[in-house]
Design a protein around this ligand. Sequence first.
Ligand SMILES: NC(=O)c1ccc[n+]([C@@H]2O[C@H](COP(=O)([O-])OP(=O)(O)OC[C@H]3O[C@@H](n4cnc5c(N)ncnc54)[C@H](O)[C@@H]3O)[C@@H](O)[C@H]2O)c1
Ligand SMILES: [Zn+2]
Length: 670
Amino acid sequence: MADLTLDEARKEVVALRNKLDKWADEYYSKDEPEVTDRVYDQNYNRLLELEQKFPQLVTPDSITQRVGGQLDSAFTKVTHEVPMLSMGDVFSKEELREFDERVQKQVGHAVDYNVELKIDGLSINLEYTAGKLTRASTRGNGVVGEDVTANARFIADIPQTLPEKLTTEVRGECYMGKEAFAKLNAQRDEEGASAFANPRNAAAGSLRQLDASVTKKRHLSTFIYTWVNPPADITSQHQAIAELDRLGFHTNQTGRKLAKLDEIFAFIDEYTQKRDDLPYGIDGIVLKVDDLQLQQALGNTVKIPRWEIAYKFPPEEQATVVHEIKWTVGRTGVVTPTAIMDPVQLAGTTVSHAVLHNADLLREKDVRLGDTVMLHKAGDIIPEISEVVLAKRPKGTEPYPIPTVCPSCGEKLIHLQDEVALRCVNPACPAQIEEGITHFASRPAMNIDGLGPKIVRQLINRKLVHSVADLYHLQASDLEQLDHFKDKAISNLLTAINNSKQNSVELLLTGLGIDHVGAKAARLIAQKFKNMTKIMAADVQEVAAIDTIGMTIAEALTTYFAQDEVKELVDQLRASGVNMDYRGPSEETQAAIPDNYFKDKTVVLTGTLAYYTRSDFTKKLQALGAKVTSSVSGKTDYLIYGKDAGSKYTKAQKLGVQLLTEEAAIAQVK
Ligand SMILES: NC(=O)c1ccc[n+]([C@@H]2O[C@H](COP(=O)([O-])OP(=O)(O)OC[C@H]3O[C@@H](n4cnc5c(N)ncnc54)[C@H](O)[C@@H]3O)[C@@H](O)[C@H]2O)c1
Ligand SMILES: [Zn+2]
């Protein structure tokens, strides 16, 4: 980094911010993280480092300068008079020592800390008026949060009424206990819904519900740890917690008032050991300066309090024994090994499977039956084998054999050119058919609710379905044969199948599962050719002429439709009444604009721009499908600001509108 030029640094900063903004959006708004916390934290720290070295690159919209969350516009907004901040974090005891030194230097003497567990959930803010719960809200972007009062009424441990007529505000963590989490995921699995990656996402997804009756079913809990405006006789954090507990709030009683770093380190070690046995997830411990007056004196940066810090636990590892390696066949015939192990508790969930991705990786890691392996979760999400403990390998084991025939249909497996993957190329392979039908029914494709993998497997095993065309011939009497499948489920599934006949043709095209043709390519192809007959008749050049569609997709598409079986399948679907026409949006021009950051967004420009004139930038944005307006309102998606931005900037900030510097916006225009 020492020899990085300002220009290089700027480029890297913009790239890091784009990545982090996208990840934060997935994490906070959709409660669906794409990368692990580790990866996020590493990128975040790199950005911090660059911004410290080149302070001229710091902009107010940088993720380092604001609380990460964004607001879902469907919720009523709540302004936090006292902002709800984020927290600084460290990953080593050494950095805790540095934190303590900073604090001591600022206050001039040693201080007591209240040391608490860092609960893995999301913050919640509770307001009471004359002793009655009047409002609950999420942290949101720190200044404006989402109103979740109706939901909070269904969280059993939140007092609706206090024993005294207090008008006050408290904060804490809303979380889902491990047991509730395991039950919820088991139930979702039954229903064919995707599992929540971890208890934090489950809690966030359950609290941030427009339909509070969903929250009611989810068994959320809270730990309250912050008193925003405590009475004058409360002078410390540990006292505040004791008093909040007396008032009926659910508080965490493991916190300890400690002064010496050695004691604090011992507390960390103790809970590093105990965390698996706790009934709720924790991802670290929090050090808070205990004295409330000192907290005030230390104050906050724009994003974090200077009087508290989180120590985050390193990713967990667990040892377990492999007792089987199972080979599964995917939709496209790729055969993948999965290690089946003795179940262990790992970072909040029970784990017994780890995907090894491909035969080469299995060979490389040389995982054998009976091996003891170390398991970790890539960012608390995907279980992976980190290494084999060779010292514990049983005598006389052999490298695990790589199969030569398909585990589902017995056909010979092949290595396609330039591929590490092992493939079954038998079009009648039952495992591939199962995956293919599941894909056909999935959300981005034909979106047939209730047709998850378990139902599909039964349909195939009972020979009720051999291809996707057979779905449209299913009768109630067929479905009655399935396990635990009753009247309501039967009629719902038949209706969903029937409704799917009306889908616009790009969903069918996606559902066919053609190599390289995902939802986006399917839409572009359908938009251009308008119906299935023309799509099937298109030649490679015509397809490749579509903007952003390359030769790979064009060749895959035409090769696919050249097959007689495929033509027959399409005929069968057509005969069953499946729609073959493009029914996309009528505003053709808008629809023809490829997806990008600004498409369908309402954008406002303000301040003095440095790179473009206002009217040039407006044209650029319009060409990308944005609507450029002159005033900021609740409908504004982005505010792009230059130098000397004034009232529009302040208003946008208040409303929780995403703020972009001119540079950040240009990086998105590309
Ligand atoms: N995986 C991803 O894509 C992704 C994306 C964005 C953020 N993240 C994760 O989120 C972190 C940043 O999120 P953040 O800003 O919400 O900070 P944070 O979650 O690391 O820490 C602050 C929060 O801790 C909570 N908390 C729990 N116990 C507490 C206690 N006893 N006292 C006080 N607060 C307590 C509070 O809700 C507070 O808002 C990152 O470090 C990263 O790990 C991950
Ligand atoms: Zn096969």
